[in-house]
Design a protein around this ligand. Structure first.
Ligand code: PMP
Length: 288
């Protein structure tokens, strides 16, 4: 494996950053998780744009243009000979002193790890997944806005631990008002009486790229998709529920907080959207 750090490639064993990097000391940095399908980088430009927006929100200047970074990502995939896989793109605040202030960090670091993908178990896709609601609320939009894909994922990790303690792999996170925001690493959708609903981004969710793609595909398929504040009750009475994310793609949910969703198996609309999504991944993306 060849890992890109600031313009150079290193073997896995030698790919190291300083213990004084504020990415490590404070989670001060931003990142993206991107998929490679059939020798193409899926939605690369959208991920790079979101990375730059995240960086802008935390006053971090990425030391490359968007174009140069797109090229570096494609190059890193090529260097690793990957046809399918996952890219972790990270920009840290860089090396500084032990104080919080980012002013001591003179140069952000850009890291690209292109690797195999680790997926959810196959049975989640075949039979559907059980999830719970976490007691840990999603970050307030006025705290660390969930739209910022920052290196500080502790909010989500705490909810993920709750999921794991309950024997699940994912957890729903509510916002401070009690509305559904998203899951720890995925956006959430429901189908109710033929219409598709997903929480608005203002509810405190990441501006998911898979979420956007699925909304587009669903509309192309003739579905009405509404962004609406949802409560746990709305999820419990849904006919179908599914999660979206670059890593997860579209994963059906069949049980939430022990309530069976719909008929307790992956729904027809979820399956239809999964099929459309997979078709798209076969033909779209930046060639490696
Ligand atoms: N929400 C959170 C908290 C995430 O970390 C992610 C990415 N894993 C998503 C949603 C899904 O976003 P995307 O579709 O852009 O991967």
């Amino acid at each position: 494996m060849k890992i890109y750090i600031d313009g150079e490639y290193y073997d896995k064993e030698n790919a190291k950053i300083s213990v004084f990097d504020h990415g490590l000391l404070y989670g001060d940095g931003v990142f993206e998780g991107i998929r490679i399908y059939h020798k193409r980088v899926f939605k690369l430009r959208e991920h790079i744009e979101r990375l730059f927006y995240s960086a802008k929100a935390i006053l971090l200047t990425i030391p490359m243009t968007q174009e140069a970074l797109c090229q570096a990502v494609v190059e890193a995939c090529r260097a690793n000979g990957l046809d399918n896989g996952y890219i972790r793109l990270i920009v840290t605040r860089g090396v500084g002193s032990l104080g919080l202030s980012p002013n001591s960090c003179k140069k952000p670091s850009v890291i690209i790890i292109a690797n195999e993908i680790q997926l959810y178990p196959r049975e989640f896709y075949e039979q559907g997944m059980e999830i719970i609601t976490a007691a840990t609320s999603r970050n307030l939009v006025n705290a660390v806005n969930p739209a910022i894909k920052s290196l500080n994922y502790l909010n989500n990790i705490l909810a993920k631990i709750e999921a794991s303690n309950a024997g699940c792999e994912e957890a729903i996170m509510l916002n401070s008002e009690g509305f559904v925001a998203e899951c720890t690493g995925d956006n959430i959708f429901i189908l109710h009486q033929g219409k598709i609903f997903t929480p608005p981004l203002a509810a405190g969710a990441l501006y998911g790229i898979t979420r956007n793609t699925v909304i587009e595909l669903a509309r192309q398929e003739g579905f009405t998709v509404e962004e609406k504040n949802l409560t746990r009750y709305d999820l419990f009475i849904a006919d179908e529920c599914f999660l979206t994310g670059s890593g997860a793609e579209i994963v059906p949910v069949v049980k939430i907080d022990k309530r069976i969703i719909g008929e307790g198996k992956p729904g027809k609309v979820t399956r239809q959207l999964e099929a459309k999504y997979h078709e798209l991944t076969k033909v779209s993306g930046e060639p490696i």
